[in-house]
Structure formats: C-alpha cells, structure tokens
Write a protein that binds this ligand. Structure first.
Ligand SMILES: N[C@@H](CCC(=O)N[C@@H](CS)C(=O)NCC(=O)O)C(=O)O
Length: 199
C-alpha cells in the first residue's frame, strides 16, 4: 500500500498509529505528498493527506476511511466496535477528537497569515471549540479505558498536536484525568514511533 503523507500531519499520524497498532506498518510505503512528482491531486481531488492507494489500486481518503480499511485487513482486535451503541459512541467521540484537530490546524493556519490578514474572531471561535471539546473529553474519560481503539488513537494525536503547536496553553492544567491518560498512552510504540520532527 502507498500512503501519501507528511510527518507533521496529525491525520497521517492517526493512520500510522492505527497501522502500528494493527501490525500493518511494514505493509505501508510512505511517499511525500508535497513534491512536484507526487500526483496526489490526481488520486484525490481534495489534494489532502492522508491518501492511500491500496494493493489492488483503490484510492482511499480521508483518515477515518483509511483507518477502517486497515482495520478490515487484520484479525487483530478491531479499533472500531462493529455495531450497537458502542459503535456510535466510538464514531461520535472520534469525530469530537478529530474536529478538535481540525480547529487546532485552522488556528495554526491563522498564525501563518500576515498579521493584518488574521481574523481574531475566527481564531477565538476555534479556540473556544478546543476549550469545550477538551472539557467534554475530560468528562468522558472513561471512554478512553480499555483496549486501544480509534478514539484513543485520535485523542493521542490531538493532544500531541496541542503540545507541539500550543504548548503555552497548557491543556493539562484543567484536564487532570486526560493528562494522566495521555501520560500512560504515550509510552506505546505507536506513539513513540510516530513522533513528528521538531519544529
Ligand atoms: N478530514 C481529513 C483532513 C485531512 C487534512 O486536512 N489534511 C491536511 C494536512 S494536515 C491537508 O492535506 N491539507 C491540504 C489542504 O487542505 O489543501 C482527514 O481526516 O484525513
């Protein structure tokens, strides 16, 4: 399988963490997405990473679809409950953690604009989502217990991204349960093996 990637994308990290947890990492060839010869936009009109080309030539995106696909390839314990209320809770919490990554990425993009083009109200809106969302993850911390699943992987990607880009906001201060969970989860090889390069 071929994965268009960048080592700094939290969504690519989610896919690679899932691949490691599922024992599939050595079946994935990572190719840089942002080179003239990458042809990612021909494969995925959205021109976004992660994009996966499967061994039988299918193109898959986005990260959640790729993770479900990888999950379908192994007999290992699934990252996605198959059915019932647990499945819907897992997918909803995945979307929460993933949406918080979206908000954090939008905030990073805002900082890249020239000062006079930045929109403080828009940035505040994203920041408020992160504040509300982290509070919800703290409330629902019990959902992060148990065998590794897509919610735990995505939450670890989110918190790693906040540490990398917004360390001064110190999310740990108001979220002790989340901080404790993260401290334990980050010892996993899927986390240590997917650290982005230093800024
Ligand atoms: N919902 C998508 C988000 C992917 C995404 O936004 N990737 C960013 C990199 S971190 C990207 O490729 N952005 C390029 C663009 O938006 O044109 C996923 O989960 O895969």
């Amino acid at each position: 399988m071929k994965l268009w990637h960048s080592p700094t994308s939290p969504y690519v990290r989610k896919v690679m963490m899932a691949a490691i947890e599922l024992g599939l990492a050595d079946r994935i060839e990572s190719v840089p997405a942002r080179t003239p010869e990458s042809k990612i936009a021909e494969a995925n009109p959205l021109d976004k990473i992660p994009t996966l080309e499967t061994d039988d030539g299918q193109i898959l995106y986005d990260s959640i679809v790729i993770c479900e696909y990888l999950d379908s390839l192994t007999d290992k314990a699934s990252l996605f409950p198959a059915s019932g209320p647990k499945r819907w809770k897992t997918l909803r919490m995945h979307t929460l953690a993933d949406g918080l990554i979206d908000a954090a990425v939008l905030r990073v993009h805002e900082t890249r604009r020239p000062e006079e083009q930045r929109n403080a109200a828009w940035d505040e809106r994203q920041k408020t989502k992160i504040v509300r969302g982290l509070a919800r993850l703290e409330e629902e911390i019990a959902a992060l217990d148990g065998p590794v699943d897509i919610v735990q992987i995505t939450t670890a990607c989110l918190l790693g991204f906040l540490d990398r880009r917004f360390a001064d906001d110190d999310w740990r201060a108001d979220h002790p349960a989340l901080a404790e969970w993260h401290g334990k989860f980050t010892t996993r090889p899927s986390v240590t093996g997917t650290q982005p390069p230093p800024l």
